[in-house]
Design a binder for this molecule. Structure first.
Ligand SMILES: Nc1ncnc2c1ncn2[C@@H]1O[C@H](COP(=O)(O)OP(=O)(O)OP(=O)(O)O)[C@@H](O)[C@H]1O
Length: 257
């Protein structure tokens, strides 16, 4: 599914969060949004997902090419997992299917399918409080996949996890993108995640949030490995792009505190 972001600007009262963003995201493409704190990454993701109406501009969705059985073309994976504590793993996944006209057996088929895809089949009856952070985020991914989306919208999905779990899940995301050819928009502060997962990395500058540069990484996702020389070079190039503004944003936050 092709997404076209056309002349999108957004203002929250006094804050001009985004100005004139133009970007086309092709089917099967993973695009990372990076940039200093407050540059408008989450605002742009919310606008793409239809959770926030932009002050001006449009997001055009070509939904001719939706996957078979797609219930929601766009679906979110949240940083804080957003699981209901009183529902089991299977119950949390079922939640996103219950508003749709599916029989119980159709729901069950989808639940089993996404549990298998995320290696959660043995945990279907566990409750969130029994799971580690990494397992909770796997449930978040399984829940998103259950609607067979055309596009995954991911807002810092690894940032609440410890370093080892992050590495494990990063490998799993990389497998998922390589295997399914899923289109995704991935917001992150972490440049290593951006270079492991994205075909293109969009660096935003802040005040107002505009596109500074779009950086392409032409290595197939399945061939990328942690510490690979070419990826380290891409990461360095991205850091050079955003460094000065990241430092300025950091100082600003320190002054506020
Ligand atoms: N609901 C809101 N009301 C007012 N201002 C907001 C609101 N949400 C975000 N902002 C402001 O809009 C700007 C962009 O915020 P946004 O959260 O999109 O940036 P971000 O790049 O995702 O930041 P971070 O990396 O820190 O998560 C910031 O200056 C922020 O303070």
């Amino acid at each position: 599914m092709r997404l076209t972001i056309k002349n999108v600007s957004h203002r929250y009262d006094q804050v001009e969060a985004l100005r004139d963003i133009n970007l086309a995201i092709e089917p099967g493409e993973v695009v990372a949004l990076i940039g200093p704190s407050g540059c408008g990454k989450s605002t742009l993701l919310s606008i793409i997902g239809g959770m926030l109406a932009p002050s001006s501009g449009d997001v055009l969705i070509d939904d001719q090419a939706k996957p078979e059985g797609c219930l929601n073309p766009l679906t979110y994976v949240f940083q804080d997992f957003a699981l209901l504590p009183w529902r089991t793993v299977a119950g949390n996944i079922s939640l996103v299917l219950e508003d749709h006209p599916l029989s119980k057996s159709e729901r069950d088929v989808r639940i089993e399918e996404v549990l298998a895809q995320t290696n959660l089949s043995d945990f279907r009856d566990a409750y969130p409080k029994q799971l580690s952070g990494g397992m909770k985020q796997r449930v978040g991914i399984a829940r998103a996949l259950a609607v067979r989306p055309a596009v995954l919208l991911m807002d810092e999905p690894l940032s609440a996890l410890d370093a080892q779990t992050r590495i494990l899940l990063l490998d799993e995301f990389s497998d998922l993108f390589a295997r399914t050819g899923m289109t995704a928009v991935y917001v992150t502060h972490n440049l290593n995640e951006a270079v492991r997962l994205a075909h293109r990395v969009v660096a935003l500058r802040r005040r107002p949030g505009t596109i500074k540069e779009i950086h392409s990484i032409d290595i197939p996702i399945q061939d990328r490995r942690e510490g690979m020389h070419e990826l380290v070079s891409h990461e360095q190039a991205l850091w050079n792009l955003i460094r000065d503004e990241a430092i300025a944003a950091d100082k600003e936050l320190e002054n506020v505190a």
